[in-house]
Design a protein around this ligand. Structure first.
Ligand SMILES: Nc1ncnc2c1ncn2[C@@H]1O[C@H](COP(=O)(O)OP(=O)(O)O)[C@@H](O)[C@H]1O
Ligand SMILES: [Mg+2]
Length: 403
């Protein structure tokens, strides 16, 4: 088993981060499955934007921030034996998480109702993507405190930069104490200033649409009443990132941009004294492309393809699958030569790319034990069986146990 296997044993929270589209949701779900299987844990995976088919396969119907259990018999089928632990999945529901926050921090019923009715609030809570980072952490904090699971795996939202996730609590606090907020809320607070600002508001309303600015002003004013509670909460939420049992798994694909982003993220973790548990290089070429014996074999085929084609066709059994083929022996031989040569050539081409990938990966400024490779699979990871395969690679660091 790899370092990642140990990590699954030891962690209580695993946060899966990385650039968009590299396979964060896939890896998060596979880590959950691996932890339920190998470590026998009761695991919750909080997903953010699972592809429809994966969500269906996991039994995630609609938005639900409460965990639902993946059928144990389906899990058993996926990994080929009984799974000791339990796998639960939940989907981040930004809208209802915001509502819960407001419920918690609003000073009174009237304020709460005004907030819920405010159009800016409605937009921010459901569409303001940056806020999803914060809400993901909020949800994590809430579930972690409920002590229902042995391990929580969090798939982070698709931010522009993975690092945004780490800064979400402090950004949230900054946002609510910003000067912009103060300016926007002045008119509503001060009758005298209200008069001064009136012409401005009237013009802005004409341009931005009636009501818009006063909605904004009202929104910020209402939120100001919750500021202290929000900031306090954001601090506690940020605190769990530094827990001894919290680890980050950084996912990248072996291409320059995601790799650079992953490196940057790893160094940001270090600066903040947070724990990098593992880097997963997803959709890499399988390791056998870098195996010297395999490369030698492909070279031999390339050198001796003519002889090999003859030998191949001489064996009676090899001809069985071309039986019924009316081609002349000479043409069959020419075809066999072509096939062998193409196979060897393309193997060596893939090897070349795999070597480059390997070089990029070895340049990562982290120890080898901290890197796990998951090969690019020639099927979409959209059901439990394929997730089981990814989980197998995670546990065995890129080498399928059967290889
Ligand atoms: N190792 C892999 N091999 C093949 N397809 C993969 C692999 N990892 C992920 N995928 C596919 O790539 C797509 C994006 O993955 P996803 O996990 O949703 O990425 P992200 O959450 O980072 O946006 C999905 O269709 C998924 O099935
Ligand atoms: Mg995703």
């Amino acid at each position: 088993m790899t370092g990642l296997g140990e990590l699954l044993e030891e962690s209580k929270i695993i946060i899966v981060a990385g650039a968009g589209g590299v396979g964060k949701t896939t890896i998060a779900a596979a880590l959950g499955l691996a932890a339920a299987d190998l470590a026998g844990k009761k695991v919750l995976v909080i997903t953010v934007d699972p592809a429809r088919r994966l969500a269906d396969a996991l039994g995630l119907s609609g938005l639900s921030s409460k965990g639902s259990r993946v059928s144990p018999s389906d899990l058993e089928k996926a990994v080929g034996h009984k799974v000791e632990g339990g796998l639960y999945v939940a989907m981040l529901d930004a809208k209802s998480s915001w509502d819960e926050l407001v419920n918690r921090h609003a000073p009174d019923v009237a304020t709460r109702q005004k907030i819920f009715a405010n159009p800016i609030y409605k937009n921010i809570s459901s569409r303001f993507v940056q806020s999803h980072d914060y809400i993901a952490m909020e949800t994590l904090y809430e579930i972690y405190r409920s002590n229902q699971y042995d391990l929580i795996v969090v798939d982070t939202p698709p931010s522009r930069h993975a690092i945004d996730f780490l800064d979400a609590p402090s950004k949230m606090a900054d946002f609510f104490s910003s000067r912009l907020l103060k300016w926007l809320t002045i008119p509503a607070r001060n009758r005298l200033l209200m008069g001064m600002f009136k012409p401005f508001y009237q013009v802005a309303d004409k341009i931005l649409g009636a009501q818009f600015l006063s909605d904004v002003a009202e929104f910020f004013l209402l939120f100001e009443s919750m500021y202290a509670g929000f900031v306090e909460r954001a601090k506690s939420v940020a605190g769990i990132l530094g827990n001894a049992a919290t680890s980050f798994v950084v996912v990248a694909s072996p291409e320059p941009v995601p790799m650079t982003e992953a490196e940057y993220f790893a160094s940001a973790l270090e600066t903040r004294h947070l724990h990098l548990g593992q880097m997963v290089i997803n959709r890499a070429l399988p390791q056998y492309f870098r195996d010297p014996a395999a490369i030698l074999l492909a070279n031999k085929i390339q050198d001796r393809y003519e002889t090999l084609a003859k030998e191949f066709l001489q064996k009676g059994s090899s001809l069985a699958f071309v039986k019924g083929n009316k081609s002349s022996p000479a043409r069959l031989e020419a075809l066999a030569e072509r096939v062998l040569l193409e196979v060897a050539d393309s193997f060596l081409n893939f090897s070349g790319v795999a070597m480059e990938e390997g070089e990029e990966i070895s340049k990562l400024p982290v120890d080898d034990e901290l890197v796990t490779m998951v090969p690019h699979l020639n099927f979409d990871v959209s059901d439990l069986n394929s997730l089981g395969k990814v989980a197998g690679y995670i546990a065995w660091n890129g080498e399928a146990p059967t290889m």
